[in-house]
Design a protein around this ligand. Sequence first.
Ligand code: G3P
Ligand code: CA
Length: 239
Amino acid sequence: MSKIFAHRGFSGKYPENTMLAFSKAVEIGVDGIELDVHLTKDNVLVIIHDEDIRRTCNGQGLVRDMTYEELSAFDASAGFRGVYGVNKIPTLREYFELVKDTDVITNIELKTGIFEYPTIEQKTIDMIREFHLEEKIILSSFNHYTILRCAQIAPEIKRGFLCESWLINYGKYTAENNVQCCHPLHLSLSQAVVDEMHTAGCEINTWTVNEYEDIERLSAMGVDALIGNFPDRMIEKLR
Ligand code: G3P
Ligand code: CA
């Protein structure tokens, strides 16, 4: 049975990457939560998907050009503005306070695809260690150099290579780089691709799985975790 991960929290029903979306995911009993991390101008790890706040907040500008205090002035309720009050951009620290005493696995996606934020790997790992969450974390990134840097700093923390295209021998490539997980786009999976990854010894955590038929199909294919915006649908289908 595939594990159930809430993508950007319970983002199908609550504003993505907010404490509200995370606490609602914990409440319904997900196995894991996926979230996106950037670094502010004053080196605070914050949870937001884009480099620029304009899509999710009532303002604009790059996260890296603003201090955390400046970012805190905005409402990050994208898609749900006015429905659940004001929801600030959370810090990774706030999130860890929420999950530290639960069994929830956290998939931290380091958003280093456009800006590399040179210290983001070290700062994230320092905080994971401070909260003693090493065994409940999967670090992932589309920037595979980021993941190799994580392996250097913290070989004990599980990590995954994100990819959104049909990579040949994705499992072999992942395993040869001493990375434990493949994080493919679900549309790039066939049974043969799943089998190649498992034969290489990799765990498969796929995204973004929202439709009932995809939940059933991918679980039947043996995918290890489904990451989706509607974890309630996955609970309904799989448990
Ligand atoms: O980590 C899986 C998935 O979240 C990657 O894509 O754009 O939703 O961050 P994106
Ligand atoms: Ca993500």
